[in-house]
Design a protein around this ligand. Structure first.
Ligand code: PEP
Length: 252
């Protein structure tokens, strides 16, 4: 049985006070999260410490950072290292989100460096891949995703690969309200699993592959019922406690 995961990516939203309040609301409803579903929230860096304190002593909600530095420490003004994030404490880190690739020029090399830092500091990576609209229209989507996986995830040692969570996020579906159909998503998830199986073999059967892109309470059930979709990376709908909890409940 593969892990089931619902991860909320808050992006650059909420003040610290609002983020703490949102966390309180999610915690208050956490009993609604079906047994065995891992719920993760990913607030901005500034919120991690106070939210980690709120989460202490419970195991229903875990914490992720949205990014980490390529380097471990030193003269890198404005950067936050994986070691700093782990010391919060925080257990997960999102890497390779399309907004980081597009707006901050993150390349395979950048992502490899970040992946190494995350793993060295025992942060579990949620590694995002996904094609642009034009790439799908030109029927390049499998090639694009294969390349994003091959040059970064494909270079891992098998023991490190076992810690990886993949998130397939077609860029055309992120924040657009235009969700991939469950068939489109399942087709890509199955492709990702078989592509990774070509490198890592049977271990891939245990790799959680999340879907992201306008996933919300009204479409989550259908998406999560697909055999290769193990949960979601949720943007907009993770900013309202009830919506986030409703997405988690879609596993029922
Ligand atoms: C995301 O940015 O990871 C995401 C999936 O956003 P949204 O759910 O808002 O499309």
């Amino acid at each position: 049985m593969r892990e089931k995961i619902v991860a909320g990516n808050w992006k650059m939203n909420t003040s610290v006070t609002e983020g703490v309040q949102l966390t309180r609301e999610i915690l208050a409803g956490a009993t609604q999260i079906p047994e065995g579903v891992h719920a993760i929230i990913s607030p901005p860096y500034t919120h991690l410490f106070p939210i980690a304190q709120l989460l202490e002593g419970q195991n229903r909600i875990a914490l992720a950072a949205q990014n980490c530095a390529e380097e471990s420490k030193g003269a890198y003004t404005g950067e936050v290292s994986a070691g700093m994030i782990a010391s919060v404490p925080c257990s997960y880190v999102i890497l390779g989100h399309s907004e980081r690739r597009t707006y901050y020029g993150e390349t395979d090399q950048t992502l490899w460096n970040k992946l190494v830092q995350a793993l060295e500091n025992n942060l579990r990576p949620i590694f995002c891949v996904g094609e642009l609209l034009q790439e799908r229209e030109e029927d390049q989507h499998f090639q694009v995703v294969a390349s994003q996986l091959k040059h970064v995830i494909g270079a891992l040692e098998p023991a490190d690969f076992e810690k990886i969570i993949i998130a397939y996020e077609p860029v055309w579906a992120i924040g657009t309200g235009k969700t991939a159909t469950s068939d489109q998503a399942q087709e890509m998830h199955a492709f990702i699993r078989s592509f990774l199986a070509g490198i890592f073999g049977e271990a891939t059967e245990k790799t959680p592959i999340l879907y992201g892109g306008s996933c919300n309470p009204s479409n989550a059930k259908e998406l999560f019922s697909q055999p290769d979709i193990d949960g979601g990376l949720i943007g907009g709908a993770s900013l309202k406690a009830n919506d986030f909890l409703a997405v988690a409940k879609a596993f029922e």
